[in-house]
Design a protein around this ligand. Structure first.
Ligand code: TNX
Length: 511
C-alpha cells in the first residue's frame, strides 16, 4: 500500500505539468517536492494531492505550553527564509499548529498538511522537533512560493540511539565548529553527539582537581602534527550541552582509558607505572600508553575525572573508552574495568565503552552499552556479554575513512567508504551472533587525525552521516538505495545554500 502511494507520488512529480489542479488556487498547486522526499525516510506517507498548504503573510504558528519552545524554533528558521512574520499565537486560522497529544511513540509525530491548516502532533517536544525537521525539508529550497505538499505523515524512529562522534583530542574543534556540526546533524534526527575528549595527543576538557591535564594537554601544539591545541572550559562544555539539548541532541562525553592516555601522563607522570614522564606525542600511532591498574593514583585520577564530568553532564551516558589497550596486560585490563564500570554507575551514569570492554564481566553487570567498531560479522565477546550494543562498524560508519583512493585527507585502514557502502547494510543483521533486540542504535564516528578545520570535517561527514542517520531512524522496509540517492541528490542545494562543503559523490545525481 505504502509502496503504491510512493509510486503514485513519483508519477505525479514526474509529470511535466506540475502546476494547477482542478480546484486551482494558489494554495492548491502541486509542488515539485513529494511528501516522502525526506531524509531520513519517513515511516509512512499518504499524499493528498490538491491539499497543499501555502505559507503566506497571514500564516500563524499556534502552540501552547511545552510546545511553545519548538514553535519558536520553527518560526526562527522560517522567518528569515520566507520573509513572513509568522507570529506564534495561541489559536488562529491559516495555522501551522503544533499540538501535544498522548499516544505517539518516543520522538514520533504526525504531520497533517491540508489546504487550510497544517497540524504537527506529538507526545512531547522531541517528537515535535523531529516533525519540524521533516516540515523544513518539505518546503522548497527557494521562494517565492512556500508550498507544503498535502497529505499525512506518521513517523517514528527505528532505534532510540542515533549518534555521531567528534574527536576533539587529535585535533581540537572550537565550540563554534561543534555547534555548526550539531546544527547540521540535528536536521537528520541524530539525537546523540559523542565527544572524544582525551587521547594520546591531547586533553580537551577542564578538570579542576587535575589542572595540568588541560594546561599541558590542551596547550598550543597539542594534537596530531602539533597543529592545534585548545580545550573546552567547563563553561564552554556546559554551553555546548545546552546548545545541543535545544536541538534535542544529548552529549555523550568520553575519557579514553586505560589506553590512549599519553597526554594525561605527560601532564602527571605519576599516572605511569614507572613514574617517568613520557614525551608528548603528535603522531598517529595507537596502543602504546596505559594507566597502571594496580596503582591507587590511577583510581583517584579516574574517579575525580568521572565525578567532575558526570556533574556537568545531564545526559544518561558517560563513555570510558577502553579501546586498543594493547599495552595493558589482559589481567590488568580486567582489574581496571572491574573498578571503573561500577564507578561510573556510582556517579549516576550508564557506562559506555568501545567493544573491548565486553571482555569484562563488569560490563554487563553494570548495564554498560558496548560500542562495536569492528569489521567482523560476529563478535563472541559482545554476544556473550548480553549488553546493549551501539553499532559503529569501521568499514561502514567511520567518517574519517576516505571515499575513494583519490580523496584528499582521510584514512584507509578500514577501506574506502563510498556513500553506498555507508548506506547498504542492516543494523539488525550486522552481528550474526547478537539478537536484534540488543541493538540500541548506530553511531558514525569522525576521528580527527587528518582534519584541520570545519571544511575538512564537513567534507568527510556529508553526505555519509546522513546514510547512518537513515539506518538509525527509518524502518527497515523503507531501505532502498535508489530512493535514498534520489532524496540525497535533491538535498544538495540545501547544503550549498547553508555553505556546507559536502562531498559531491559521483554515485549521486546532485540537483
Ligand atoms: C581506531 S576505533 C581508533 C582511534 C583512531 C581511529 C582512526 C577506535 C575505538 N580507536 O583511536 O583514531 O581508529 O580511524
Amino acid at each position: 500500500m505504502r509502496r503504491l502511494a510512493r509510486l503514485a507520488v513519483a508519477l505525479v512529480v514526474a509529470l511535466p505539468l506540475v502546476t494547477a489542479t482542478a480546484s486551482a488556487g494558489p494554495s492548491h498547486r502541486r509542488t515539485a517536492i513529494a511528501l516522502s522526499d525526506v531524509l531520513p525516510a519517513v515511516a509512512d506517507a499518504t499524499p493528498a494531492p490538491g491539499e497543499n498548504f501555502r505559507i503566506g503573510a497571514d500564516t500563524v504558528i499556534t502552540a501552547s505550553g511545552a510546545a511553545l519552545t519548538v514553535a519558536g524554533r520553527l518560526a526562527e528558521v522560517l522567518r528569515p527564509v520566507t520573509g513572513f512574520d509568522l507570529p506564534v499565537t495561541g489559536t488562529g486560522e491559516q495555522a501551522i499548529a503544533l499540538v501535544l497529544e498522548p499516544g505517539h511513540p518516543d520522538e514520533g509525530y504526525r504531520l497533517d498538511i491540508g489546504a487550510e491548516r497544517v497540524e504537527l502532533a506529538a507526545t512531547g517536544p522531541a517528537g515535535l522537533f523531529a516533525g519540524v525537521q521533516t516540515l523544513r525539508q518539505l518546503l522548497p529550497v527557494e521562494g517565492p512560493r512556500w508550498v507544503l505538499p498535502g497529505g499525512q505523515i506518521n513517523d517514528f524512529p527505528r532505534y532510540a540511539y542515533r549518534g555521531a562522534m567528534l574527536d576533539l583530542a587529535r585535533h581540537f574543534h572550537e565550540p563554534a565548529e561543534v555547534r555548526a556540526y550539531i546544527d547540521q546533524i540535528s536536521h537528520f534526527k541524530i539525537n546523540y553527539l559523542h565527544l572524544h575528549l582525551s587521547d594520546d595527543q591531547g586533553w580537551r576538557i577542564q578538570i579542576d582537581s587535575w589542572p595540568r591535564l588541560t594546561e599541558v594537554g590542551g596547550a598550543p601544539g597539542t594534537g596530531v602534527s602539533g597543529a592545534g591545541g585548545g580545550f573546552l572550559t567547563k563553561d564552554e562544555y556546559r554551553e555546548l550541552v545546552r546548545y545541543a539539548a535545544d536541538r534535542f541532541v544529548t552529549i555523550v562525553p568520553e575519557i579514553d582509558m586505560p589506553g590512549h592516555v599519553n597526554a594525561a601522563q605527560v601532564a602527571y607522570p605519576e599516572l605511569t607505572c614507572d613514574g617517568i614522564a613520557p614525551r608528548p606525542r603528535t603522531d598517529m600511532r595507537v596502543g602504546y600508553s596505559s594507566l597502571c591498574a594496580d596503582s591507587d593514583v590511577t583510581y583517584r585520577f579516574a574517579e575525580d575525572v568521572i565525578r567532575e564530568l558526570a556533574e556537568m553532564t545531564p545526559g544518561p551516558y558517560l563513555h570510558i573508552g577502553g579501546d586498543e589497550a594493547m599495552s595493558t596486560p589482559h589481567g590488568a585490563y580486567l582489574t581496571f574495568q572491574r573498578r571503573m564500570l561500577p564507578l561510573v554507575r556510582r556517579h549516576g551514569k550508564i557506562p559506555f565503552g568501545w567493544h573491548e570492554i565486553a571482555q569484562s564481566p563488569a560490563a554487563a553487570a553494570n548495564g554498560a552499552v558496548i560500542q562495536f567498531w569492528g569489521r567482523e560479522r560476529n563478535s563472541p565477546a559482545v554476544a556473550a556479554s548480553g549488553a546493549k550494543v551501539v553499532l559503529s562498524p569501521a568499514n561502514r560508519t567511520y567518517l574519517d575513512m576516505e571515499y575513494d583512493p583519490l580523496t584528499p585527507g582521510g584514512l584507509d585502514w578500514a577501506g574506502a567508504i563510498e556513500v553506498r557502502d555507508s548506506y547498504d547494510w542492516d543494523p539488525a543483521g550486522l552481528l550474526t551472533d547478537v539478537p536484534a533486540e540488543r541493538v540500541l542504535g548506530v553511531e558514525a564516528p569522525l576521528w580527527s587525525e587528518t582534519l584541520r578545520d570545519l571544511a575538512d570535517l564537513e567534507f568527510l561527514a556529508f553526505p555519509r552521516v546522513v546514510a547512518i542517520a537513515e539506518l538509525g531512524w527509518s524502518p527497515r522496509e523503507t531501505h532502498d538505495w535508489e530512493s535514498f540517492r534520489e532524496r540525497l541528490g535533491a538535498y544538495g542545494p540545501r547544503w550549498s545554500r547553508a555553505g556546507v562543503r559536502f562531498y559531491r559523490s559521483p554515485q549521486i545525481r546532485w540537483s
